[in-house]
Write a protein that binds this ligand. Structure first.
Ligand code: C2E
Ligand code: MG
Ligand code: MG
Ligand code: MG
Length: 292
């Protein structure tokens, strides 16, 4: 009886593995084809001043359009793209897409808004890619508007990132942001060596922050550290009024991103011009959005 059960389980396991392998092959094929066909687009999510609701910047979040028209979020393909060596081309395509739409971006979010692009930690340590990407950024009319977002892993792995790549980016005026801070492998002391302009606190610390004393403590530590190091702090993934209220009353954190303010949007979804982002009122210093 035991034998049969084991066999059955093994067979089920095989079927599951086979299905997984097939699904992976399907995604891999579709990813290669999507790059050939340029079937990518970007959604943009604002970084918002939590007090004034002004848009400080936007983050480009890549999407893949399947051949059947279904839009895939990066969770399904970015790691695979890194594995297959397709991510560098993808990142260049993201920049190309942004530059193609720069007038629309300016209309929707304001010319002052910074533009963030995500770069995988592995890419960040690759001098060859980073040099070509820096050259592409430098060739735009506005290199100093760009911010590169990398996870903290990029800063701790022994790579040329800290010593060569960061100074090169700084030279052309590109900003550096530490993405998903708090869930990677860097220790707080490693932070002291990092020269970044911005630090984004991972959503896992922000969720229900008003109810979680431990997260509150961590938040306070990150906040004072960032202040000491002169980095702008952004809270990721604010979804509720309670989370916002906590940040606003109990911390000095000024900027946030999250569904509460705005979900990532495609430019074509936005109302054209003058109105600003999602009907928000344009202000002298920038666009503003109304709360959700
Ligand atoms: P990320 O850079 O940390 O981006 C934030 C992710 O959280 C985005 O998911 C965004 O849609 C989501 N998000 C924002 N606010 C909220 C919120 O209030 N609640 C919840 N539940 N989620 C929120 P998305 O677009 O699926 O992107 C996932 C990750 O894929 C990104 O995480 C980034 O690491 C990566 N990625 C996106 N675009 C690119 C790219 O062009 N290149 C590379 N290498 N990675 C990218
Ligand atoms: Mg990011
Ligand atoms: Mg993040
Ligand atoms: Mg994240």
């Amino acid at each position: 009886r035991v034998k049969i059960a084991t066999k059955g389980a093994a067979a089920m396991f095989d079927v599951a593995m086979e299905r997984e392998a097939l699904e992976r092959m399907r995604i891999e094929q579709s990813l290669r084809q999507a790059i050939l066909d340029r079937r990518f687009c970007c959604a943009f999510q604002p970084k918002v001043d939590i007090r004034t609701r002004e848009i400080k910047g936007i983050e480009a979040l890549v999407r893949l359009r399947d051949d059947d028209g279904v839009i895939q979020a990066p969770g399904t393909f970015v790691d695979l793209a890194v594995e297959l060596g397709l991510i560098d081309e993808l990142t260049h395509l993201v920049l190309a897409e942004i530059m193609k739409s720069i007038d629309l971006i300016n209309d929707a979010f304001g010319t002052h808004a910074s533009i963030s692009i995500n770069v995988a930690a592995k890419q960040a340590g690759n001098s060859h890619f980073m040099q070509s990407f820096a050259a592409a950024l430098a060739a735009t009319e506005c290199p100093s508007r760009f911010i590169i977002e990398v996870t903290e892993d990029a800063f701790v792995t022994k790579s040329h990132f800290q010593s060569e790549i960061l100074p090169m980016l700084r030279e052309i005026g590109v900003g550096i942001s530490i993405d998903d801070f708090g869930i990677g492998y860097s220790s707080l002391s490693a932070l002291a060596d990092i020269t970044a302009d911005e630090i984004k606190i991972d959503r896992s610390f922000i969720t229900d922050i008003h109810k979680r004393p431990r997260s509150q403590g961590i938040l306070r530590a990150i906040e004072s550290l960032s202040e000491a190091l002169g980095m702008t702090v952004i809270a990721e993934g604010i979804e509720t009024f309670e989370e916002l209220a906590y940040l606003q009353t109990m911390t000095r954190i000024r900027y946030a991103q999250g569904y509460y303010f705005a979900k990532p949007v495609f430019l074509e979804e936005l109302k054209p011009s003058a109105q600003g982002f999602e009907g928000g009122r344009p202000r002298e210093s920038g666009r503003q959005i109304d709360q959700a």
